[in-house]
Ligand binder design. Sequence first.
Ligand code: RNT
Ligand code: ZN
Length: 419
Amino acid sequence: MSSNLELAYKLACEKYAEYGVDVAKAVEALNKISLSIHAWQGDDVVGFEDTNHALTGGCQVTGNYPGRARNSEELRQDLDLALSLIPGKHRVNLQGHQVDKMLPGVDRDAFTIENFSGWLDWAKAKGIGMDLAPAFYSHPKLDNGLSLSHPDKGIRDFWVNHGIACRKIGAEFGKALGTPCISNFWAPDGFKDKPADAFAPRQRLAESLDRCFAEAIDPAFERDAVEAKLFGIGTESCTVGSHEFYMLYAPSRNKMLCLDSGHFHPTESIGEKLSAIFTFMDEILLHVSRGVRWDSDHVTTINDELLAIARESVVYGYSDKIHYALDYFDASINRIGAWVIGARSFQMALLIALLEPHCMLWDAEGKFDFTSRLALQETAKSLPWGAVWDYFCASNNVPTGAGYMAAIKDYEKKVLLNR
Ligand code: RNT
Ligand code: ZN
């Protein structure tokens, strides 16, 4: 570590001490937060099935930057580089169609750990945890935009079996890797125009989910989350799995709620929702994303929303009950850069939150001195967190600043441009 960097860190510690903030403690807390890195940023949510079936929508990416991973081996190679440039120890999150290999005659409803064996070996060798989400989209059985809520029982059965298969694969991951796999259930089901019947699809969705979750699995191996959405492309008028639907479904079935920061009205903050939810729930999954005008899945950047999510998730002491995951996909820039920039931005937001002078703020608030509280909130914005971030990166042996771009550019030239 350079002596300038160490000196800046030392001065920052002194400055923070004036505000009653223990920097070493904040750094230690940040080191403990592991993010679930979303593998689908690397393959544009296409998956690796060799069935040549059409991608029927439900999830889509814009952009055509060169170098998309075309198979799981390429994706792991890309992830190796990304993980080496993000400080700390993290997990990897897969979608149910990002198989390592296909087996003859086996479709999504019958996948087993064998379809994901390369991922398991890789995760074992790296000593990292894995998460897995069923992919209820981009498949001919997503019919008229409906999967788990489809009126046809045969179609519902197919998707229910996919959900069950993913939970079982997740349990195998969890058992082998010694850390529970989070299975996140999100289904794109919805309607472009106002449905004449919004009730029956919701009843069918609840019933299908219940069938997916019927088998109890040891939470030490696998845990389930359910993710709502306000609207998406092609589902502008009604999403079957809406916020209200899952807000009530999750606690009634003892499942985790997954909050995706792109899935609400553009002016609605999920940061604001966290303390309300934690009053009644004690474990959630966060999908950290950045919506621009809609659920556009832009790379996370340090904006007010990200700062609010980070702040509300760490200051009250429940951050160990949050599973942090990234969820965005941008194919208009280098995909490894997208992972690294977004992950590091979220970590910076978390660090800013951990370094907030909470005690002084709470003290002013306790005295109803809202003027001092506001003055302090504004002053805190210029405290020297950048020096602490550099120290954090250097002590984790990853580049400081945008120093990671050299490795990304080199890899782009040597590997990505040859794909
Ligand atoms: C989609 C949801 C979901 C997806 C993944 C790829 O709007 O956010 O989490 O991003 O299934
Ligand atoms: Zn999401």
